[in-house]
Design a protein around this ligand. Structure first.
Ligand SMILES: *Cc1c(COP(=O)(O)O)cnc(C)c1O
Length: 413
């Protein structure tokens, strides 16, 4: 049924959700995740992806064999190579990156610090870094700290909060002294998807380097880092790559740039000859020089199962389902939440949207707390946003509708 205002009623939405689930070519992947007792609707895969089925066995096997039996010999039998091997896999499956350009290490924050610092290593005092004012706090704080230590100037871009940053915004803010631009590919609040190839071109035309934060796009938005000439990128593995809480991040550095950059955390794992125990630091070649300390091997286990699934599904199919899920969430919002005065804080243009939508209402802090007790799990972002994160391989359309329906029911009346 469709109401006179053009929106659907709940029965109609339930039928549409069922049809979409029935015809979903990726529907079978939902069973590839560990069941979550008591969870009616998990809408936070953009913050913490669910464990892939078998993750417990994978970790137990690791403890019994690689660690428990092979013991320290395992460093030579794969662990030392894991940052590169896993980086190459992330690059191939999700980033459009050839081997030798991506490593897994550290946290997103630490890798951002290393790459931002490296990108401005030779910049004279007074050089400028461009960053969006709405960027994630860690990105902004790092740029503030690095600029303060090196006498650099920050230019803040203030794009439309819903449409997100555009090439025109960036071009207007670039100056002859801009050495680096730091942007998120998908905005953590609005879900706006920036035009990575076009903005990368605009930054290069101005002679600056670009660093893309891929935390909210890795694993849901197909990327072309090599083909787009992206200089630097960093992303999370515990969001849409389901690596588990605190799993290490990945860094990408363009081939022609690697040997020209030096990151500031000089550790033995980044040195030219790790076991030479040399008297002084000489950076390694290729991506080795972006490492610092011992690889966090345990944290690299869980994401491998998700990479298997994404590879099997294919990034284009993942993106198609992501768009279908966010389209459906907006349709349910129009019918159930807009009439109650809830705002849509995400663009309706699916080409420029990542895999979450954000809705706003003054009651949402309390509403979110209430929903969590009911097993409906979105997240709250101050001042009044609820993000509905839709992880394509683990989220169904029916589950999405259950979430939106629960938000509507929890609104104060
Ligand atoms: C999640 C996220 C981070 C997190 O950084 P950590 O070091 O893992 O805490 C950084 N930047 C963006 C844009 C994020 O969405």
């Amino acid at each position: 049924m469709t109401a006179t205002d053009g929106t659907d009623d709940l029965d109609a939405l339930a039928r549409i959700a069922a049809d979409l689930d029935d015809s979903d070519p990726l529907a079978a992947f939902v069973d590839e995740f560990e069941p979550a007792d008591g969870v009616v609707s998990y809408l936070d895969g953009n913050s913490l992806g669910r464990p892939v089925r078998g993750t417990g066995e994978r970790i137990a096997d690791f403890v019994a064999n690689d660690w428990g039996t092979r013991l320290i010999r395992s460093w030579d039998e794969g662990w030392m190579e894991l940052p590169y091997a896993l980086g190459d896999r992330i690059g191939r499956i999700t980033l459009g990156a050839a081997p030798g350009r991506t490593v897994v290490a550290d946290s997103t924050t630490v890798l951002l610090y290393k790459l931002i610092s490296a990108a401005v290593q030779d910049a004279p005092a007074g050089s400028r870094i461009l960053i969006e004012r709405g960027n994630f706090p860690t990105d902004r704080f790092l740029v503030e700290g690095i600029a303060a230590h090196r006498g650099l100037v920050i230019d803040w871009v203030d794009p439309d909060p819903i449409a997100g940053v555009t090439g025109d915004d960036v071009t207007a803010a670039l100056t002859p002294d801009t050495v680096l631009v730091v942007l998120s590919n998908v905005d953590y609040r609005s879900g706006a998807l920036a035009d990575l190839p076009a903005i990368t071109r605009a930054v290069h035309d101005a002679g600056a380097l670009i660093l893309w934060d891929l935390c909210h796009s890795a694993g849901v938005v197909p990327m072309t880092l090599d083909a787009s000439g992206v200089d630097l990128a960093v992303g999370c593995t515990y969001k849409y790559l389901n690596g588990g809480p605190g799993s290490p991040a990945f860094a990408y550095v363009r081939a022609g740039l690697q040997e020209r950059l030096e990151q500031p955390i000089w550790g033995w794992m980044g040195a030219a000859d790790v076991f030479a125990m040399a008297p002084e630091y000489r950076p390694g070649t290729g991506m080795r020089r972006f490492l610092s300390g011992t690889p966090p091997v345990v944290g690299m286990l869980a994401m491998q199962g998700m990479l298997d699934l994404i590879e099997r599904a294919g990034m284009d199919a993942v993106r198609a389902k992501s768009i279908a899920l966010t389209e459906f969430a907006i349709r349910a919002y129009d019918a159930l939440l807009a009439p109650a005065g809830v705002e849509l804080l995400t663009t309706r243009d699916s080409e420029h949207r990542g895999s979450h939508i954000t809705i706003g209402h003054p009651s949402f802090r309390e509403v979110t707390a209430q929903l969590w007790t009911e097993g409906v799990v979105p997240d709250f972002r101050a001042p009044q946003g609820i993000r509905l994160g839709l992880s394509p391989l683990s989220t169904t359309f029916a589950e999405t509708l259950r979430g939106v329906t629960a938000v509507a029911a929890a609104l104060p009346r």
